[in-house]
Design a protein around this ligand. Structure first.
Ligand code: MF3
Ligand code: CO
Ligand code: CO
Length: 258
């Protein structure tokens, strides 16, 4: 399958799916506190998506994933399964939401700081967000995906952190995961050239320690091999002639777009 160039109708529907996904993150922030379990957060998101948004939580049953959101705490890199452990003061948590509405997907995630967190924990979260943003800022028709990976890797490593290699961003639309792969490391002037009408995610995972990861025996939960903290942020983004449009932008990020 080659990279889909979205039609005007596709883009309208992707704007709606993207907005719904961002609204789930805005809704859930009021509940993310020490003492709540990730299972409770999963249920609140599930019910909001199904009953209020009349949409589908795309992770549920995706290749057998058992829940409606991914919740990745501390050394968990991605694909954490909501469970009955309570969030504790000092934890960092990524919530990754993918909503399917009217046949189209919106995919976004952010880090939450639980109570008072250490300076190191805050710094890895901030650096991951800024790494994503550095990658987003250069997007426009004509640049190449290697330029995006290079930019994210350079920013991350300049801050003393490492970029996870095994998981990457992706095209998105009628399918949850479409071509191309969006690597968060690489070399300038390599990989696919972007065209207006492409929609992709940028979702760097970065670690305090080494880049290597391992998957737990549940088949999903990915952690850092050295148990160091990991952080990730994700947006779904439309490529335009002169730049980009972030389809999952939240209120707190207004002004990010160009
Ligand atoms: N939302 C993840 C992504 O950004 C994918 C999660 S797949 C799941 O691509 F099955 F774990 F939900
Ligand atoms: Co994604
Ligand atoms: Co996601």
């Amino acid at each position: 399958m080659s990279i889909v160039i979205k039609t005007q109708k596709d883009i309208e529907k992707m704007r709606i799916a993207g907005r719904l996904a961002s609204e789930v993150l805005e809704m859930i922030k009021n509940y993310v506190k020490p003492g709540i379990t990730t299972n409770e957060l999963d249920k609140i998101c599930h019910d909001f998506i199904v009953n209020k948004q009349k949409a589908i939580p795309a992770p549920l049953n995706y290749h057998g994933f058992p829940k409606s959101i991914c919740t990745s705490v501390n050394e968990v890199v991605c694909h954490g399964i909501p469970n009955n452990k309570v969030l504790e003061n000092g934890d960092i948590l990524n919530i990754d939401v993918t909503v399917k509405k009217d046949g189209y997907h919106g995919d976004t995630s952010k880090m939450f700081l639980i109570g008072n967190v250490s300076n190191e924990a805050r710094k890895i979260c901030d650096t991951a967000q800024e790494a994503m943003r550095e990658g987003i800022k250069i997007l426009k028709e004509g640049i190449r995906l290697g330029d995006v990976g290079f930019t994210i890797q350079k920013y991350t490593e300049a801050n003393g952190y490492s970029v996870v290699r095994e998981y990457c961003g992706h095209g998105i639309g009628k399918e949850f995961h479409e071509p191309p792969l969006v690597l968060h490391y690489g070399k300038k002037n390599t990989m696919e050239t972007l065209k207006s009408g492409m929609i992709l995610t940028i979702e760097p995972m970065i670690n305090v320690g080494k880049k290597e990861t391992k998957t737990l025996s549940d088949g999903w939960t990915v952690i850092t091999k050295d148990s160091s903290l990991s952080a990730q942020w994700e947006h779904t983004i439309l490529i335009t002639k002169n730049g980009y449009e972030i389809l999952t932008l939240r209120e707190e990020e207004v002004g990010w777009d160009k």
